[in-house]
Design a protein around this ligand. Structure first.
Ligand SMILES: Nc1nc2c([nH]c(=O)n2[C@H]2C[C@H](O)[C@@H](COP(=O)(O)OP(=O)(O)OP(=O)(O)O)O2)c(=O)[nH]1
Length: 147
């Protein structure tokens, strides 16, 4: 097929997510407002990278918006990623997970959202959006020094 006859390919959507860790290796999880997509599910806070934005800058911005705290891009450590199944007609998406152990300010959830600090063992009991599930499993392995 000629390129001109093909529909414009959907561009990759990059989404960033944060495992914010406290001194006891607990992770902060966020329950999405009921009214939104994936409403009521627990996820790593974060969101979409805007055009022209880098992933670390996007995460700093999303965390300020969602949790009302300040993190420094220099404190972000990439951990792993997840991707949706690549199917024709579906926009490809990658979800990049970073860890961070430093922040300033007090945690305040967004309207309708809830926040909870959890031991990594407790993550598997949460209802999560599909791509957060493998991220949580990788975080648990990382925190337990497992392969
Ligand atoms: N965390 C997470 N995000 C996912 C998954 N699957 C999936 O399509 N997404 C998409 C939904 C959103 O477009 C984006 C997450 O960004 P976001 O948290 O800012 O989403 P949102 O609902 O607030 O924004 P919007 O899409 O309504 O504009 O990633 C998943 O399994 N986990």
């Amino acid at each position: 097929m000629k390129v001109s006859a093909m529909a414009a390919p959907p561009t990759l959507l990059t989404v960033v997510a944060l495992a914010l860790l406290d001194d006891a290796d607990r992770v902060l999880m966020q329950r999405r407002p009921e009214s939104r997509a994936h409403g009521g599910l627990w996820e790593f806070p974060g969101g979409k990278v805007e055009p022209g934005e880098g992933p670390a800058a996007a995460l700093v911005r999303e965390i300020a918006e969602e949790l009302s705290i300040t993190i420094d891009a220099a404190d972000l450590v990439p951990l792993t990623f997840a991707a949706n199944p690549e199917r024709e007609g579906t926009r490809p998406l990658v979800l990049l997970l970073y860890t961070c152990r430093r922040w300033t300010g007090s945690l305040v959830p967004e309207d309708g959202a809830q926040l909870q600090w959890l031991e990594s063992e407790a993550l598997s009991a949460l209802s999560m959006p599909p791509l957060d599930v493998p991220l949580a499993a990788a975080l648990r392995r990382h925190l337990k020094n497992l392969p």
